[in-house]
Design a protein around this ligand. Structure first.
Ligand code: DX5
Ligand code: ZN
Length: 225
């Protein structure tokens, strides 16, 4: 199994101190930083774009894990690559052609990831698995932080992990939405290995403690097979 990583989502942080919050997460042990881009079209909320990501790139060495919740991701891949994205995730439910968007992300020097909303079956990403570095299984409806983790997404995580193992691929499975130490253990057991956490990290008294608790929970509940 690939190693477990926590990817704090800055959506839950104080935007007036975005740079400091990003540094705080990194100093607190986060290897990734999750950046939620929302266009008010694919999801009913607007967050921030490539300009904001580019301005915090200079302050952080973390892996920039950019989650595009936008209707036409293909049109913006270059912008996010130039802004400093390392991983670029787009939604299979968006309007962009999947093959072309994966290719564009790879050609721009970034790692491609496809995300599925709660109602989309795991099998929808099977045809692309051999070209992906990660699959993001949404554990809430995308659009807002602070929602409740949906347990019924766990069978999809397991179906994906089994398929990845069956084919001998090394593809990460990221979970995103309502993650805390309790359900990180369950998602890990189901086969996830990258854990996005917004509220659990940035609304906590101690982000570093929150990160290590999620990691400990995941590490002590490895994929059950
Ligand atoms: C939801 C976003 C998530 C969210 C996570 O659309 O993709 O990344 O900000 O935040 P929490 O952990 O608060 O659910
Ligand atoms: Zn996200």
């Amino acid at each position: 199994m690939p190693k477990n990583i926590v990817s704090p989502s800055v959506l839950a942080c104080d935007f007036s101190r975005l740079g400091e919050e990003a540094v705080k997460a990194e100093k607190g042990g986060a290897q990734y930083l999750h950046l939620d881009v929302m266009d008010g079209c694919f999801v009913p909320n607007i967050s921030f774009g490539a300009g904001v990501i580019s301005s915090i790139r200079a302050l952080s060495q973390a892996v920039f894990d950019v989650h595009l919740m936008i209707q036409n991701p293909l049109n913006y891949i270059e912008d996010f690559a130039k802004a400093g994205a390392d991983i670029i995730t787009f939604h299979i439910e968006s309007s962009s052609p999947v093959d072309e968007t994966i290719k564009k992300i790879t050609d721009c020097g970034c790692k491609p990831c496809v995300s599925i909303k709660p109602a989309t079956p795991a099998e929808a990403v099977f045809p692309y698995l051999d070209r992906l570095s990660m699959v993001l299984v949404m554990t809430v409806e995308p659009g807002f932080g602070g929602q409740k983790y949906m347990e019924d997404t766990e069978p999809k995580i397991t179906a994906l992990r089994r398929e990845i193992e069956k084919r001998g691929l090394s593809v990460d499975i990221e979970v995103d939405g309502g993650i805390n130490p309790l359900n990180a253990a369950k998602a890990s057991l189901a086969g996830a290995n990258i854990f996005v956490a917004g509220s659990a990290v940035f609304k906590s008294e101690s982000p570093s403690q929150a990160i290590s608790e999620i990691l400990r929970a995941a590490d002590s509940h490895p994929f059950a097979g």
